[in-house]
Structures are given as structure tokens and as C-alpha cells.
Design a binder for this molecule. Structure first.
Ligand code: GCU
Length: 601
């Protein structure tokens, strides 16, 4: 018996010391137990709970991961979750405790929960996101580590999770690092914490872990896709059904649990005007995973963007993941809906979710509302292009973003970078990322927010070799804010060498809601309104313009915006204030989008 127990422990130790297990998608449709709520925490700026005084990492059995109670009063223990403060999960610590507003470092989170293992069930611990680095311990054992602040990850804990009380400890560190993605400088708040949901997922021994179901690239009459099983009997038959289309596909996976399919279909295509979604059921044995999937094609033809073969204009707005009114990282579905409704009220059919993958519910709600999405990874500004670990990190974030959201019909663009300085190293880095994106998902466009050049006074272009690799010419321009005054818009024209659709991925300027004055007085609504009027007139002259996303829907927190009274740690380029008040410039966009709706009927 002892030998069997030892082997069992050895297997358990081996498996839990592995890194994250492959991402399980569509978590909301699985058998789950939520671990959200108030977690005990310890703020640990010197990482005292992870390193000894010689800066050597503790082995399992030492440090805060042991989650020891103080029982014997004669024992020296200079930390104690039980008597420390709590933080709500999901949530950032910056807006939950005034003393943590600017805090960058480690916070330990602890959740003790009851669990009762079921026969033949596997158990996974799933984090929807932790910013920025997480080291996870279960019952005092290291399970693994994850880096990246905006993508999901999970660990298999079958065999380690106990019957009865379990101790889950997570070391979260949001320190910015030069080699990180994003790197040390960004124009948004470095919200730290377990910022999205934590869930236990229970699965059968063999289950559907991942799948891809979309229209075949370039053929609107064929639905194709694949299914990936997980488990040691991975050649079990799988059934894919789309009842409303009378489609049933009985698949036999290969030895790795992978199966593909392709079938004729005449679906109602997903579009902003008719965001049609179909119930898709994927069954193995007695487990059925259901998803809501839309079918559409997105292509370019010269300077046109074609949705389902029809030329469209992407009437968009940029959005940061920061909750409406409460201005914190974690947002509820209701707060996401508020942001998306402000975009809909503006006349948008498209949103740029900047500068990192947003929470999954935001994308699913946008899909139901008929909002197309530009989704991006935070390869932002001065990334360490020659650092191979930095590349691996960026590629992993890109892979995890596409893995999670590849079945969302409303995502039309994967973006790999924002305003990155040109260099051979940066071009090599981003070329690899673009190739990776296309290998993971050939059915969407690949883009980046590049920068404009003024080739001679009043003549602008995008002269970036990256443009040759991407499907659209997308760039940020701030003529009238960072580049001259609004009147400069009147005398600027644009030219592009590439015959591709042109997207202005950012433009705009700041205004404090309610502050009025002259049109040349910075931070007045009058300045911002005049800038938008002149910018729209300039955009109307841009050849091949197929989409635009002004920067930005809502004022958002940034440590770079320190002008007291006007900014107070907020970037005020929002068309809506941080308290939900629509500024004058909001209605300039609403008026233009109304015209465009008629023009592209
Ligand atoms: C840049 C950048 C944004 C930033 C904006 C600004 O274009 O992409 O992240 O917030 O400019 O300066 O307001």
C-alpha cells in the first residue's frame, strides 16, 4: 500500500510541477465552481514570503505558500493570512485600497475552500487573468507560474486537490520590467491583482478541451473546423451538431484526440445589422459543450474591407478595459454593457479593444450587440525586440488570445503591435508574430497600429515596412493635438503606396468635461470639439479609408497624466468622461457615423 501511495504522490508531484496545462476554452459552459469573493492577502514589497534573507527562493514547505496558522504562541511567525486584510477577486488592488493606489510589487492572495472529489472527474484550476506574474500553490505545493496580464491560464490539479479544506495561495507581482510585454512604459494604469475570475473546472476523464468552428476562408458555403480532445482515450467518437442548420458531423479523432470536419451550409451570416448566432453542440460520451457561434467572412479587396462579400466601413471607437463609472480594471458584465452601449449610441459597428485582450464577456457581449472587434496583444512602444524570452512571451499571449476567442465571429482583426519604433529587430519580431497569427487563424485580418510620417509639409503617409506584411494600413495620428493645432488638419493630405484598406486606429485630443473656453485653449471641450470637426473633414479626404477608431471612448487612468485639476491621473481623450458624461466631441462622431451609415447602406 505504501508503495502505491508513494507512486501516487510521485505522479501527483510530477504533474503539478508542470507548467500551465493547455487552455480549456468556453469555461462558462463547463461544470465549474467559482472561487471568486474576498481572499485574504499579504502585501509583500520585499517578497519576504518567497525569498529567504539571502534572496534564495524558498522550497515548498517554507514561506507564505505554506499558509500556516499561528497556533503555538511561542513559535515566531511574522506573517498570518488569518489576521491580515482581504481583497475582492476579481479585482485590482489599486482601487480597492487607497494605500495600494500606486503599489507595484507582490501581493499574496489566499483562498481556503472546501472540495469533494467526484469519481473519475478531472479538476482544473482556471484563472481568466492575473496582472502580471502569478505563482500558484495548492496545499503548499508549487503548481506553476504564469506571465502575462490579460490572458487565461489553467493548471490540472487532479490528485493534488483534497477532499475537505484546500489552501490556494497565489503570489501576484505587477512590477513592470523592461523585458516584459508590455514593457516598462505604457499609457495606462498598471492595475495589479487577480483581475478576472478564478474557477475550478470539473471534466470527465476524456473531454472536449478546444475547438474551432468557422466559415471556410474564402467560401461562404462551407463550415469547417476541428475539435481537440483531452484525456488518455482520445480516440473517442465526437459529434458536432448545429441543429438550426440541420448539421450533424460524427468524427473519429486521431491518436492525439484531434479531428477535423467540413460541411456544406447556408447559414444566415453574422453582421452588425444581424448578429446571428447559432447553437453549436459538441458531444463526447455523455458530456455536451454548447457554444453560440456566428458565421461570416472578412476579407480585403484593394482598399475595401469586405464582410460577407460586401464593402463596409468600420465605424469604431477605442476602448480600454476600465469599468464605466467605477474606473477600475475588473468590470462586471453590466459595466461592460454600459461601455458598449455608449459605443452603439455613437453609431459604432466596431470597437478597438486596446491595448491587450479584454475579458471574454466583453467580446461575447459585443458579438451579440453586432459590434466587430479589433483585438490586440500589448506589444506596445519600446518592447525588447532582441530578447528571445520577450518574443516567447508575446507569442504565448497571442496564442492564448486566439485560442480563447477564435470562435467569436465579431473579431475581424488580430493586432500584434501598437506604435512600435521601427528597426530591423522590431520588424523581425513582428513578422514572426504576424506569421504565427495567420498559422493559428487564417480566417481573420492581421494588423498593427503603426505611425504616420510627414513626408513634406502637409503631406502624410505611413512609410513603415511592417505595412507590407499586414492586411490593412492602420496607424495612429494626432494632427491637431501632438502635432500642431486643429487648424493643421485643414491643410494636411494623405497618400499611401500600398493599395490596402486604410484604418485610422487612433486620433483625438483631451478635454475636461464641462471645461469651456477658446477653441485654442487646451483641455477645453471647445478645443476637442473643433479638433474633431476638422479631423473628420480631414479623414473624409483620405483615399481608401475603410475604418476609424478615435482615441478613446472614456477618460481612463494613466500615471503619465499628472496635470492637476485637468488630468489628475486621467488621460482625458475620452469622448465620455470618467463619470459617464458625453462631451461635445462625442456628437461630432455620432453625426459623421450617421452619414456613413447611409452611405454604406
Ligand atoms: C498613443 C497610444 C495610446 C495613448 C495615446 C495618448 O497613440 O497608442 O495608448 O493613450 O497615444 O497619448 O493619449
Amino acid at each position: 500500500m505504501k508503495r502505491i501511495l508513494f507512486l501516487f504522490q510521485l505522479i501527483a508531484t510530477l504533474c503539478v510541477n508542470a507548467q500551465t496545462s493547455p487552455q480549456i476554452i468556453n469555461v462558462e459552459e463547463r461544470t465549474t465552481i467559482s472561487l471568486d469573493g474576498q481572499w485574504k492577502t499579504i502585501v509583500d514589497p520585499f517578497e519576504n514570503g518567497y525569498y529567504d534573507y539571502r534572496r534564495e527562493p524558498f522550497k515548498d514547505g517554507f514561506g507564505y505558500s505554506t499558509d500556516k496558522d499561528v497556533v503555538d504562541k511561542s513559535v515566531l511567525q511574522e506573517w498570518n493570512f488569518a489576521t491580515d486584510k482581504t481583497l475582492f477577486v476579481p479585482g485590482d488592488w489599486n482601487t480597492q485600497r487607497p494605500e495600494l493606489y500606486y503599489y507595484e510589487g507582490t501581493v499574496w492572495y489566499r483562498n481556503r475552500f472546501q472540495y469533494h472529489p467526484k469519481n473519475n472527474k478531472r479538476v482544473f484550476l482556471h484563472f481568466a487573468a492575473v496582472n502580471y506574474e502569478a505563482i500558484v500553490f495548492l496545499n503548499g505545493k508549487t503548481i506553476g507560474k504564469h506571465v502575462g496580464g490579460f490572458t487565461p491560464f489553467n493548471f490540472e490539479v487532479t490528485g493534488l486537490i483534497k477532499s475537505g479544506e484546500n489552501s490556494l495561495v497565489v503570489k501576484v507581482d505587477n512590477k513592470r520590467k523592461l523585458e516584459a510585454v508590455p514593457t516598462i512604459n505604457s499609457d495606462w494604469w498598471n492595475y495589479g491583482g487577480i483581475t478576472r475570475q478564478v474557477t475550478l473546472i470539473e471534466t470527465p476523464a476524456n473531454f472536449v478541451r478546444d475547438y474551432y468552428i468557422q466559415l471556410k476562408k474564402g467560401d461562404r458555403n462551407i463550415i469547417n473546423g476541428w475539435v481537440q480532445l483531452d484525456g488518455n482515450q482520445s480516440d473517442k467518437p465526437v459529434k458536432v451538431e448545429i441543429p438550426e442548420l440541420k448539421i450533424t458531423q460524427n468524427l473519429t479523432p486521431d491518436s492525439k484526440g484531434f479531428a477535423t470536419f467540413e460541411c456544406n451550409a447556408k447559414p444566415t451570416y453574422w453582421s452588425p445589422e444581424n448578429p446571428k448566432l447559432y447553437s453549436v453542440n459538441i458531444a463526447i460520451d455523455d458530456e455536451v459543450i454548447t457554444d453560440k457561434v456566428g458565421f461570416r467572412t472578412i476579407e480585403t479587396q484593394g482598399t475595401k474591407i469586405l464582410l460577407n462579400g460586401k464593402s463596409i466601413f468600420c465605424r469604431g471607437i477605442c476602448i480600454h478595459e476600465e469599468a464605466a463609472f467605477s474606473n477600475r480594471r475588473a468590470s462586471t458584465p453590466e459595466e461592460d454593457l454600459t461601455l458598449l452601449q455608449w459605443a452603439k449610441d455613437m453609431g459604432c459597428n466596431y470597437v478597438r479593444l486596446a491595448h491587450y485582450p479584454h475579458n471574454e464577456q466583453m467580446i461575447r457581449q459585443a458579438e451579440k450587440l453586432g459590434l466587430m472587434v479589433w483585438s490586440e496583444i500589448p506589444c506596445y512602444w519600446t518592447i525588447q525586440w532582441s530578447n528571445s524570452e520577450t518574443y516567447q512571451n508575446a507569442e504565448q499571449q497571442l496564442t492564448d488570445m486566439i485560442t480563447r476567442d477564435k470562435n467569436r465571429a465579431n473579431i475581424i482583426i488580430w493586432s500584434i503591435a501598437n506604435e512600435t519604433p521601427r528597426s530591423p529587430e522590431r520588424l523581425a519580431f513582428l513578422s514572426k508574430l504576424a506569421t504565427k497569427a495567420r498559422s493559428l487563424d487564417p480566417a481573420r485580418l492581421v494588423a498593427a497600429a503603426m505611425e504616420k510620417e510627414e513626408i513634406k509639409p502637409g503631406l502624410m503617409t505611413v512609410d513603415d515596412e511592417l505595412g507590407k506584411l499586414l492586411d490593412i494600413i492602420s496607424f495612429n495620428q494626432y494632427v491637431g493635438w501632438y502635432d500642431g493645432l486643429p487648424e493643421k488638419c485643414d491643410r494636411v493630405n494623405w497618400t499611401f503606396s500600398e493599395q490596402k484598406p486604410v484604418f485610422i486606429s487612433e486620433f483625438g485630443g483631451e478635454a475636461l468635461y464641462g471645461f469651456s473656453g477658446g477653441k485654442t485653449e487646451r483641455f477645453t471641450e471647445d478645443y476637442q470639439e473643433d479638433l474633431y470637426i476638422r479631423s473628420v473633414n480631414m479623414l473624409k479626404r483620405i483615399p481608401g479609408l475603410a475604418g476609424t477608431t478615435p482615441w478613446i471612448l472614456k477618460d481612463f487612468r494613466s500615471p503619465r497624466r499628472q496635470l492637476r485639476y485637468f488630468q489628475d491621473d486621467f488621460n482625458r481623450k475620452g469622448l465620455v468622461s470618467d463619470q459617464g458624461q458625453k462631451k461635445k466631441a462625442y456628437f461630432i462622431m455620432q453625426k459623421w457615423y450617421e452619414e456613413l451609415k447611409k452611405q454604406y447602406k
